[in-house]
Every structure is written in structure tokens, then in C-alpha cells.
Write a protein of this length. Sequence first.
Length: 218
Amino acid sequence: MDLAHMDVREAVTDACATLFAHGVMSRTGHGDLSARTPDGHLMLTVPGRLRGLTTDGLAMVSLDGEVVEGELDDLKMEIARLHARIYLLRPDIGCIIHTHSANVLAFALANRPLPCNYEAMRFGQPAEVPVIGWRRRGTPEWIDTIVAGIEQHEGTNAVLQGNHGVLVFGPTPAQAVTLSTVLEEAAEAELRADRIGGAVPLQLNDPNHAERTRRAAP
């Protein structure tokens, strides 16, 4: 096995382990992760449940949708085609993470964009996380709708999949993990803030925002 490919495999498995350590993954451990390889392919997780993932649990796929190493069933081939389309659309993306993390999932179920009110979001997603409407898996519209939604929201590093989960993007697996963690924290905080009057919008370009927020505090 090529050493560069092994580095990518290890980066993906490390990313999976970190997601579990950060409490981002759902109780079932369901998710999909992929990362670009130096020779222009993608390395994709094979199992649907990622707890305890090892480097043997990945397959390499070309951006044309052909399996280069390993084996994928029809369900995972559909995931591979989706990820390939995203990589082709966005050369800046080096890793894609899909999870059903609990608090972000609440926003996806509500078809409610996740606002950028948590300051930590501004480093990886300095805008609200948009919602892409639900489409049935296995239909021609499923991949097309997701890719069109990403294209519509130029530069977004995450999208909520309505009634389903979230896709998070980053230049590297480590950066995508960090953003996944921040978004889960943001979603949890938004839901808690709703109980006490709602979050104060983060005004990134307003120098007077900090002073107004201080004065509004009880």
C-alpha cells in the first residue's frame, strides 16, 4: 500500500476517533467520512457505523466513481458518487464528514438553518448553515439536490440535510472535525438560549456590538 494513501487512511480513522471523543457522533455511531488522496481520488469509510474504525475499513474511489481499492456495496457507491461530486465542485474541500449529531440533527429535523451566533463558528463557518430539503435516497434527485444546494450557498463549509443530518467540509480531516464539533456546540447552545429569550445575533462587522451586548446583560 502506498505510504501517502496510508497517511490518508490514518487521518480518516483519527478523525473518526476524535468525533467520538468529542461526543459528536450519534448513539448508533452512524456516519460517513471521506478525504482526498494526493493522486486525486477519495478515501471513503466502508461501514455505516464508525465506532472502532480501522485503516482496513476504507475504500479508495476515483472522482469518476470507480472503486480503485476495496469494496463498496450499492448504498456506499451512492455515497461515493455524492462525495465525488462535491470534491469536483469545490477544489478547496479536502474532507467531507456526515453525521447525525444530536443537536445539529434537531435543526435538520426542523428544517431550520443554524445561525452563526456562536463566536467559534466564525473561524470555519462565518455564516448560517443552510438547509437543503429532503429527497429520498436512491432517486436521481438526491445527489443533484445536495450538490445544487452547496453550489447555491457559495463557500459554505456545512449544510443541513433536511430531516436527516449534516454534511461538514474542511481542507483537512482535522479541520472538518473541529468544525463538526463547533457546530454541535453551537446547535446545543442555540437550543438552550431559546429557553431564555434566544441568542443575541453575532454582529461580526459591528464594532459597537460588544458594548450593546454588555448593556443588555442583566
